[in-house]
Design a protein around this ligand. Structure first.
Ligand code: HGY
Ligand code: MN
Ligand code: MN
Ligand code: MN
Length: 406
C-alpha cells in the first residue's frame, strides 16, 4: 500500500463533508461534522480501533490492547475554519489511524493501549471558545462556556446536545493523571519553514502562548467639512498611530507576533470624524514573559498616544493561553524515529495553537509537522503532498515502535 497516496485519497473524500463554497468549511456539531464522523469511524475500525463519541463529541478510537496501562494518545481536530484547507486538523487524525493500520498489517502488536482522538472544535470559529474536547479529557474544562452562543444565538450546550454530546457528563470525561503516557499531534506546519529547509517533516519544540485584548480609543465626532483639522479628537487617527507603533515594535522582537485583526468605528460614516475606534490586539510568543512585557508596553504606548491626541484609551485582556513546551524526551524519541525513517526533521516552534496546547494539562505532549506548500493555511490552497504524508506515517510508526521498546 502507498500509505501517502491512501492518505491523500481519504482526505479528498472527507473534504466533501463541507458546507458549499471554496475550500472546506466544517464547523462543530453540524451535519458536515456528522458526515465526517462516519468516515473517521471507518478509518478507526480499519485501524483496529473501537470508535465511540464522548460527552464533548470527541470521536475516541481505542485499541483493544491486552494491557490497560497508560495509553498513548494521537489526535487533532476535525473542524476547519471557514473556506479553509483540507489538511489542517483532520490530517493529524488520519495519519494516526493509517500508522496504526500499517503497524497492524505488519503484525506489530503494541504493548500499550492507543487512542486516536478526533476533537470537535479547535478553531473556535462557531463559538467564542475552543478546545472543549481536549479540555474535557485533560480535566480543565470550564462548564461556563456551555452558555456561549453562536452567531444565530444557539447555545453551545444545545448545539452539543442536539448533536449527540452530553454537556452535563463532560466533567466525567477527565482522565486520571496516569491514564495517558504521551500525546502526539500530527499537523500541517501552516508556515514556510519546512519548505525552506527542504524537509518533509519537522519536530515541534513548543507551542506559542496567545493573548487577545480589546483596545478602544474615544474622541469626538463632528462634521468632516466644517471642523478644522487643528484640535480634532479623531479616534481613528489615534488608533492608526497605535497600530503602526505595535506592528513596528513587534517586527523587532524575534518570535513574537502582534496582529490587529479587527477594527470597528463609530459613527462609521464617510463624512463624520470617528468618535470611537475599537480593535483587537492578539499577541503570540513562545515566551509568556516576552508576551506579557509586550502587552504592558502596548498599554503605555496607547496611553501616551491618547494623551497627545486628546482621546481616551482602554485595553483589556479577553483571552489567554500560556505557552506550552514539548517534552525533551519525546522530542528526542521523535528525532530518533525520524532517523529510523530516514527523514531529516528540523526542530521548530509552533506559531499556531493546537489541541496539544490543552492536552499538556493531562500528559507529556509532542508534535510532528508536515511540510505545507508555500506555507499557506486557513485557505483553500492549503496542500501537503502524498509523499510527505507518507514520510509522516513512517515516522509515526517508528515513534510508536520506540515507545513500545520502553
Ligand atoms: O489560531 C490558531 O493558531 C489555531 O489555528 N486556531
Ligand atoms: Mn487552524
Ligand atoms: Mn489546526
Ligand atoms: Mn491550529
Amino acid at each position: 500500500m502507498d500509505w501517502g497516496q491512501e492518505a491523500q485519497r481519504r482526505l479528498d473524500k472527507i473534504a466533501t463533508c463541507s458546507s458549499p463554497g471554496p475550500g472546506v468549511t466544517r464547523l462543530p456539531y453540524t451535519p458536515e461534522h456528522a458526515a465526517a464522523i462516519e468516515q473517521i469511524s471507518d478509518w478507526m475500525c480499519r485501524a483496529g480501533l473501537e470508535p465511540r463519541l464522548d460527552a464533548a463529541a470527541t470521536l475516541v478510537g481505542r485499541s483493544a490492547s491486552p494491557s490497560n496501562g497508560a495509553a498513548v494518545l494521537i489526535g487533532s481536530h476535525q473542524d476547519s475554519v471557514v473556506e479553509g484547507g483540507r489538511y489542517d486538523g483532520i490530517m493529524g487524525v488520519l495519519i494516526g489511524c493509517l500508522a496504526l493500520e500499517r503497524l497492524a498489517a505488519e503484525g506489530t502488536v503494541l504493548p500499550f493501549p492507543v487512542e486516536v482522538l478526533a476533537f470537535a472544535d479547535e478553531e473556535g470559529v462557531r463559538f467564542p471558545t475552543a478546545l472543549i474536547g481536549p479540555r474535557a479529557i485533560a480535566g480543565s474544562f470550564d462548564p461556563e462556556v456551555l452558555e456561549m452562543c453562536d452567531a444565530d444565538g444557539l447555545r453551545l450546550r444545545d448545539a452539543l446536545e442536539d448533536f449527540g454530546g452530553r454537556p452535563d457528563d463532560i466533567a466525567a470525561e477527565a482522565r486520571g493523571k496516569d491514564a495517558a503516557r504521551a500525546y502526539l499531534e500530527l499537523h500541517i506546519e501552516q508556515g514556510p519553514v519546512l519548505e525552506q529547509s527542504d524537509a518533509a517533516v519537522g519536530i515541534v519544540t513548543g507551542i506559542c502562548g496567545i493573548e487577545r485584548n480589546s483596545v478602544s480609543f474615544g474622541g469626538e465626532t463632528g462634521h468632516a467639512g466644517t471642523v478644522p483639522m487643528e484640535g480634532r479628537r479623531d479616534a481613528l487617527v489615534a488608533a492608526s498611530e497605535f497600530i503602526v507603533k505595535v506592528h513596528d515594535a513587534a517586527r523587532r522582537i524575534d518570535g513574537l507576533r502582534a496582529t490587529i485583526g479587527t477594527l470597528a468605528l463609530k459613527p462609521d460614516v464617510v463624512n463624520a470624524i470617528a468618535r470611537d475606534a475599537t480593535l483587537t490586539l492578539e499577541i503570540r510568543a513562545l515566551s509568556d514573559a516576552a508576551r506579557l512585557e509586550f502587552a504592558a508596553a502596548a498599554q503605555v504606548w496607547g496611553t501616551e498616544i491618547a494623551g497627545t491626541r486628546d482621546v481616551s484609551f482602554a485595553m483589556s485582556k479577553t483571552y489567554e493561553q500560556t505557552a506550552v513546551p514539548c517534552v525533551p524526551d519525546l522530542i528526542q524519541t521523535l528525532e530518533q524515529a525520524a532517523q529510523d525513517a530516514g527523514q531529516n526533521a528540523p526542530l521548530l516552534p509552533s506559531g499556531a495553537t493546537h489541541d496539544a496546547s490543552a492536552m499538556a494539562d493531562l500528559c507529556d505532549i509532542s508534535m510532528l509537522f508536515v511540510r505545507c506548500k508555500d506555507g499557506l493555511s486557513h485557505r483553500p490552497e492549503e496542500f501537503a503532498s502524498a509523499e510527505d504524508m507518507g514520510a509522516a506515517i513512517d515516522v509515526t510508526c517508528a515513534y510508536l515502535r520506540r515507545l513500545a521498546k520502553g
